[in-house]
Design a protein around this ligand. Structure first.
Ligand SMILES: [Zn+2]
Ligand SMILES: [Zn+2]
Length: 277
């Protein structure tokens, strides 16, 4: 059991997992990449037994991403694979510029996450906690689920993403569909599989109101059956969240018989065995 507190923050985690492919060094504002911004993430990764990490800041903060700074960081930390990534979403105000930036910088990027954070309201991410829950009030939940997964298929089809983030983020506030969503999810996973994309296993759900891994057990089982690859991710917005709950995730993966994770270099996926699972 890990204790809380600064002394234990860089302590190792008892997990065979070695990669975290979703983290936000800039947090929720533009903070240009510098050694002092990024090195603590690498120190934290190393302390937690990670050897492969992808920085995936939100596309609306792309101005802060500096590929030369990432090259310097790689040179200073040759024991850790450091991937240049971004989380592209469907922000009605900023994602067009984000997509342009991804296209322009495709060759220097290793990894692009695709995310749906917006439904009908252009001014608020539905996954804001707790305010985003307003968007569900008085609405037919099954329709919201159908709309959400339609948007997932849309971003998967752009050709600009390598992996889908938090695939069932729509459950974040604990709203559950009334009708089974198996067909909806299955259709979405078929599209993901057809495009050759991965999905992430994200421990972030365990720190949200829903208190459940993203995606659900049912979706994981369907994805396994369709041969879809998985990345492992914490969606850390602070370096102390890197690899959060990875001991628990490793246990879950072992229960599902998932013994491999996917890593990316220049958008090329590579499947790695995770020993100990
Ligand atoms: Zn996200
Ligand atoms: Zn994120």
């Amino acid at each position: 059991m890990r204790e809380k507190g600064s002394a234990s923050r860089l302590s190792s985690i008892n997990s065979p997992l070695f990669s975290d492919y979703h983290c936000h060094p800039q947090g929720h504002r533009v903070q240009p990449y510098t050694h002092s911004l990024l090195q603590p993430w690498i120190d934290s990764a190393r302390a937690r037994g990670l050897s492969d990490i992808a920085f995936t800041d939100h596309d609306r903060y792309h101005a802060g991403i500096d590929f030369d700074e990432l090259d310097k960081l790689r040179a200073a930390n040759p024991d850790i694979k450091i991937r240049a990534g971004i989380e592209l979403d469907n922000d009605p105000e900023t994602s067009a510029a984000g997509s342009d930036w991804v296209e322009k910088n495709w060759e220097r990027l290793d990894f692009v996450l695709g995310s749906i954070h917006y439904l009908d309201r252009p001014d608020q991410m539905f996954d804001s906690v707790p305010a985003g829950a307003e968007q569900f009030a008085g609405r037919e939940i099954d329709e919201i689920y159908a709309d959400y997964f339609r948007r997932i298929r849309e971003i998967a089809a752009t050709g600009l993403v390598d992996c889908l983030s938090h695939l069932d983020l729509i459950k974040i506030h604990g709203h559950r569909p009334n009708a089974p969503v198996r067909d909806l999810v299955s259709e979405t996973l078929d599209a993901i599989s057809a495009y050759g994309l991965a999905i992430e296993l994200s421990t972030a759900g365990w720190r949200k109101p829903v208190n459940e891994l993203y995606p659900s057990d049912e979706i994981i089982r369907l994805a396994i059956a369709k041969g879809i690859r998985f990345t492992t991710a914490s969606d850390a917005h602070s370096h102390v969240q890197l690899a959060e709950n990875y001991d628990r995730l490793a246990q879950k993966m072992a229960e599902f018989g998932i013994k491999e994770v996917c890593v990316f270099k220049r958008h090329k996926p590579r499947v790695c065995a995770v020993f100990g699972l």
